[in-house]
Each structure stands twice: as C-alpha cells, then as structure tokens.
Design a binder for this molecule. Structure first.
Ligand SMILES: Cc1ncc(COP(=O)(O)O)c(C=O)c1O
Length: 352
C-alpha cells in the first residue's frame, strides 16, 4: 500500500499544541501578544466574495509591501506557506547529492535534517564551539560542501552570529553555492543580513510572520535574495502547488507590516521580559545562553532537562526539551507575557 520512500520517512516532531487552554505555552516560540488590532477591524469588514477566486499566484501585493519595508525589489521576494515551506522549496531548488554536501550546525532547527532525508540531500553537521556558538571556521574551505544553512539567531540556543562573521563565511563561498540564513528570530535583537543580498548573489534570507508578527496561525513566510534565486523558488512552487498562500493570509500579513508602532512595542516587551527572565535564572544558579531570540536556552546544572520539563508540565507549564546528547540538560523557554513568566519563575523557584 505504501511507497518505499514514505516508509523510510522520519518526520519532524512539532512542539505540543494542546487544544484545551489549560497550559501556559512556552514551548513553540509563538508570540504571547496578539497581532495588531488593525487585523480585527479588517476581518470585521472583509468581503467574503473575494474568497470565491483563487489567490494571486504571484503574491504581488504582499511582495510589494515587503519589498518597500526592507528596501529591496519586488522580484527579490518569494512568499510561501510558512517559512517551513520556503525552506523546503529552497532545499529542493539549491541542494542535491550531485552538487555535494549541505552543511549546518550540529544543534539547530531540527527540520533541516528532515528536509534533507525527504529530498535525498547529503548533509554534514558542524559541531558548535564549547560555548554553543556557531563555529564559522569549520564551515570555511570545505570543497565538498554544496551550500550552508544556518538560523541567525540559532535555534534552540538563541545565540546571534554577528554580521561580520557571516560576511567571512560568504566571502569564502563562491557564487554558485547558496548560503541560506534563516532569520525566523532576527527581529528580537539581531542585525539582518538583508543589506548583503545585492553584494552576495548566493545569499538567501528566509523570514516568517510567525514569531515577531504574532501570526503563526496564518502560515506566511518569505525569502529575500537575488532575482535568480527567487525565480528558482517560483519554478519549484509552480511544480508543486500554485497557491500555497491563501487570500486571507496574504491580506493579513500586509496589515501586520503596516503597524510599525504596535510591532515595536511587542518586540520591546518581549526583549524586556527575556532579559529579566535570564537575569533571574542566573541569580538562582542556572546557566543561561545569551539569547537574541524570543526564547532562552537554559540548564540547571545537576538536573536533567527532561525532569524539569516533566515537572513543569505537571504544573501546567509547557517548555521544550530536546532528547539529544549534548543539549539534554537544557530546556528551551519561549518568552511569554510578563505574568506568564512570573508564574514560570515562581514554579521554578518552588520546584528546583
Ligand atoms: C529556525 C526556524 N526556522 C523556521 C521556522 C518555521 O517557522 P514558520 O513555518 O512558522 O514560518 C521555525 C519555527 O519554529 C524556526 O524555529
């Protein structure tokens, strides 16, 4: 009944999404604040007649809006059904066994190896340094590599790679090997590499509306890069599904971009709460990696991550724990609202 291909798949395991409201959800890096109230207004007056038609397969309006916001051209933008889909299309478009081995950090977004297996791409993971930084030197001068993907800031560590180091990496890669920078979390305190796309035609930046824009539910992600890379993504998209982004999501994303003031206030709150949480945990003996994302990665020496995860779950708090040697003492805590994080801190102090 099943294809051999399907039987060999090892799928990505998403964080728990309990359908009752009984948990404080600090496990999937969603934004704890609602999206801009401008979206409520829009939905109340939306003309449902528009849903009769297929959406625009070229995403023209949203691409224009994104291009304006980031000071790039419309033909340097691609849109997909969440950045996960943009990532999958990019893996398909730029990497395969005949070109060599895709390189990414050892501890990183766990969808990358899943896409490699799905698309039959060889890959090599590069160990982090002892303080969990991405080890740029180990990526350089690797003649077997067909490209690189790395999140910046990295997940699940939250650590930012400075643009200077990224530039070193780009300088060592020739134009026909693509370097993908997954900027899912860049709005929480990092410098984007968007300014580099005209200089490096092999650089593709992938972004999402799921985190900083509080819109994980609409599934919109995008890529920014040279026109040739974007054209390749359209070819892949149109060989799979012409309409990956729906009419409502495309409109909602446009509105979210328009409300800069609201966006800035959300980011400011999250950064403030992140810094407070990090300082509090450090003050009670935790090791907290320096995060520029909307989550922190932290361990309490001597206590297994799984134990902390299970104890918190019993108390109604979900965090993310990765059962992988090297990081299995850590838990990843998404930055919630200030009151959610206060409850988290109270339980941590009471239990450990
Ligand atoms: C590093 C990274 N990239 C991409 C994604 C996917 O985001 P989405 O598909 O919601 O745009 C995530 C989600 O957690 C992530 O952590």
């Amino acid at each position: 009944m099943f294809s051999k291909r399907m039987k060999n798949l090892v799928p990505y395991i998403p964080g728990e999404q309990p359908q009752d409201q009984k948990y404080i959800k600090l496990n999937t890096n969603e934004n704890p604040y609602p999206p801009t109230p401008r979206i409520d207004k829009f939905l109340q007056t939306f003309n449902t007649e528009k849903l009769r038609l297929y959406p625009d397969p070229t995403f023209s309006e949203l691409r224009k809006t994104i291009a304006k916001k980031y000071g790039v051209k419309k033909d340097q933008i691609f849109i997909g059904n969440g950045s996960d889909e943009v990532l999958a299309f990019s893996f398909y478009a730029f990497f395969d066994k005949s070109r060599g081995t895709l390189m990414f950090p050892e501890f990183t977004y766990s969808f990358y190896p899943v896409y490699c297996d799905f698309l039959d791409i060889n890959y090599q993971t590069i160990p982090l340094t002892s303080d969990f930084n991405i080890n740029i030197k180990r990526f350089l001068n690797n003649t077997e590599s067909c490209g690189i993907i790395l999140p910046n800031p990295n997940a699940p560590t939250g650590i930012l790679l400075p643009l200077k180091e990224l530039t070193t990496l780009l300088n060592s890669y020739s134009d026909n090997r693509v370097v993908i920078v997954d900027e899912a979390y860049i709005d929480f305190g990092g410098d984007s590499a968007i300014s580099l796309i005209d200089k490096y035609q092999n650089l593709l930046i992938i972004r999402t509306f799921s985190k900083s824009m509080s819109l994980a539910g609409i599934r919109i992600g995008f890529a920014i890069g040279d026109k040739a890379l974007i054209n390749a993504l359209f070819i892949v998209k149109d060989s799979f599904n012409s309409y990956p982004a729906n009419t409502l999501s495309l409109e909602i994303a446009k509105i979210a971009i328009s409300d800069v003031k609201y966006f800035n206030s959300v980011i400011e709150n999250i950064i403030k709460t992140r810094e407070k949480l990090s300082a509090t945990l450090k003050s009670i003996g935790w090791n907290v990696l320096p995060s520029k994302a909307n989550f922190i990665f932290a361990e309490k020496p001597g206590i297994a991550g799984e134990k902390i995860y299970l104890t918190l779950k019993k108390k109604g708090i979900l965090v993310r724990y990765f059962n992988k040697p090297g990081i299995n003492n850590f838990i990843r805590i998404t930055i919630g609202t200030e009151s959610e994080i206060n409850i988290f801190i109270k339980e941590i102090k009471a239990c450990f």
